[in-house]
Design a protein around this ligand. Structure first.
Ligand code: URA
Length: 200
């Protein structure tokens, strides 16, 4: 699919998300003048980053990872010579859950078709999950769930999977928020980002 067509298809999908009034999170979006957060970046990116759900800053701006953890993500990208425009960034759940609570199963189900279509359009070679929640979601989606999987053991270790469009490598990463208050975790995240370099 040509890149311009990918961009167009993503824009159409983003419009559908705006109109998703049957979401349990829609009222909260409206009440607070929040936006849905579809995702952004290169429609033909080799690397797709997937986080959990938008936080307050993201919901205000309608853009993923623009708060404190977004700054860390930008720094991690810069450390491997990348900018946001070189990758695509999105979340499993596309509206902010109240009080940053964990998304509920019915919310995840509702937004899953959006992520599935984003994958089908972008067709990334690599999916980098940010945090435990996104890791568990993506591993389940690709039939890679195994008992006792912990992010502390999985982070930075690429896994091969079969997507509808071909092979994809999944790289579980810690959530950038963990690096905000912990130097060791920040170093771990930075080291894990090096893994992504080989795919660029
Ligand atoms: N945390 C996430 O998981 N996603 C965002 O977009 C922002 C913070």
């Amino acid at each position: 699919m040509p890149d311009t067509q990918k961009t167009e298809k993503l824009a159409q999908l983003a419009c559908q998300l705006e109109e998703l009034t049957n979401s349990p999170l829609y009222e909260f979006r409206q009440e607070n003048n929040y936006h849905a957060v579809f995702g952004e970046g290169d429609a033909a990116a080799k690397v797709l980053f997937i986080g959990e759900a938008p936080g307050k800053q993201e919901a205000i701006k309608g853009r993923p990872f623009v708060g404190a953890s977004g700054r860390t993500l930008d720094e991690m990208l810069a450390a491997i010579g990348l900018a946001r425009k070189d990758v695509y960034i999105t979340n499993v759940v596309k509206d902010r859950p109240p009080n940053n609570r964990d998304p509920r199963p019915e919310e995840i189900d509702l937004y899953t078709p959006f992520l599935t279509q984003q994958l089908a359009i972008i067709q990334p070679r690599v999916i980098a999950t940010l945090g435990r929640f996104a890791m568990e979601f993506v591993l389940a989606r690709f039939g890679l769930t195994e008992p006792g999987q912990k992010i502390s053991q999985m982070h930075g270790r690429p896994l091969e999977a079969e997507a509808e469009y071909g092979r994809v490598t999944i790289v579980p990463l810690y959530h950038p928020a963990v690096a905000l208050y912990n130097r060791d975790q920040r170093q771990t995240l930075e080291d894990d980002f090096q893994v992504l370099k080989q795919y660029m």
